[in-house]
Design a protein around this ligand. Structure first.
Ligand code: PEP
Ligand code: MN
Length: 340
């Protein structure tokens, strides 16, 4: 349930409602600004409905939420969530460009990518240290050593780090080295991990599952917000369809739909969505006009030698060319580069 308070409801009125809710064993999550406060209620439906909150001073109305998510919904928070990390901002008009290799392979590779990414206008550095691979015999990532290499390169070039938490057991370690914790497509419904990331105080980049629908993606994000972490960035990275020319099918309609359903920022990953480097720049441009709050692209100094996802990776010149065609479009879509 959502409790919508009257404009300029007093602190005492808000606290009173919260107290009644917590006494009844429910959780109260507040959103809104100086004028309007909305209280998102999580708890036993029957108990909460029986509280008859409409009659309380300062309460405008209560809204029963039938969807499986509440806190991520625009009804709960009409204003865009803006996620801030040291050096970068995503959402509320700030457009993120997250660039880097599929996997961290060496210190030299990360320095080369970080330097070129920064020079071309990227706002964050990505790279996998723990890799989800379909085959157990494929390169699994450098682990902690990879995290250290990426952190060093990112700091040298003033970029925040985005990297994947593959397993809940690695979450603490990854959080020590990274600024944004990525949940990969294959882990989107790893609910124990989402719970854990909800309590960790680091922004989360949640990738859409290979066959997850929009409601499932939002419900997964709800787990993180319910834990107390409001800094979630959604990522559309393509879904499985009958089409095989592209690796996945980029669902840009989902991006436009999500912008109306949720206040959370959404980035598009055209690299995994298409699997083809020639489609990364045009799909990045399309993402801007679909309403995305950023793109995440794979960039490698020598894609032909990449240990992972070379065919979809741009080389450094390719990334620069992509950025040349992208940055000029941002103002046309009401966006600006998401540098802090
Ligand atoms: C990645 O971004 O490195 C990745 C593995 O992507 P996904 O989880 O979307 O397949
Ligand atoms: Mn990849």
């Amino acid at each position: 349930m959502l409790v919508v308070m009257r404009d300029h409801a007093s602190r005492e009125q808000i606290d009173h409602v919260v107290e009644i809710l917590t006494d009844a064993g429910a959780q109260a999550h507040l959103s809104g600004g100086e004028v309007k406060t909305i209280i998102g209620v999580i708890g036993d439906r029957e108990v909460v409905y029986a509280l008859e909150l409409e009659g309380l001073p300062g309460v405008e109305e209560t809204i029963r939420v039938l969807k499986p998510y509440k806190l991520v919904s625009r009804d709960f928070q009409p204003d865009d969530t803006v996620v801030r990390v040291p050096g970068a901002t995503v959402g509320g008009g700030a457009f993120a460009v997250i660039a880097g290799p599929c996997s961290v392979e060496s210190a030299e590779q990360m320095h080369a990518v970080a330097a070129a990414a920064r020079a071309a206008g990227a706002t964050m550095l990505r790279g996998g240290a723990y890799k989800p691979r379909s085959s157990p015999y494929a390169f699994q990532g450098l682990g902690l050593e990879g995290l250290e290499m990426m952190r060093e390169a990112a700091d040298a070039h003033g970029l925040p780090v985005v990297t994947e938490v593959l397993d809940v057991r690695d979450a603490e370690t990854v959080a020590e080295w990274a600024d944004v914790l990525q949940v990969g497509a294959r882990n989107m419904q790893n609910f124990r991990m989402l719970d854990e990331l909800g309590t960790m105080g680091k922004p989360v980049l949640l990738k859409r599952g290979l066959s997850a629908n929009i409601e499932e993606l939002l419900s997964a994000a709800e787990y993180v917000l319910k834990g107390g972490n409001r800094d979630v960035i959604l990522c559309e990275r393509g879904i499985r369809t009958f089409e095989t020319y592209t690796r996945n099918t980029l669902d840009l309609a989902a991006v436009a739909a999500l912008k109306t359903l949720t206040h959370l920022p959404i980035v598009v990953d055209p690299s995994h969505a298409t699997g083809r480097r020639d489609l990364v720049a045009p799909m990045s441009r399309a993402a801007v006009f679909a309403g995305a709050d950023g793109v995440m692209v794979e960039v490698h100094p020598e894609p032909e030698r990449a240990k992972c996802d070379g065919p979809q990776s741009l080389d450094l010149g390719g990334f620069e060319a992509m950025m040349d065609g992208l940055l000029d479009l941002l103002p046309l879509a009401g966006k600006r580069p998401g540098v802090a």
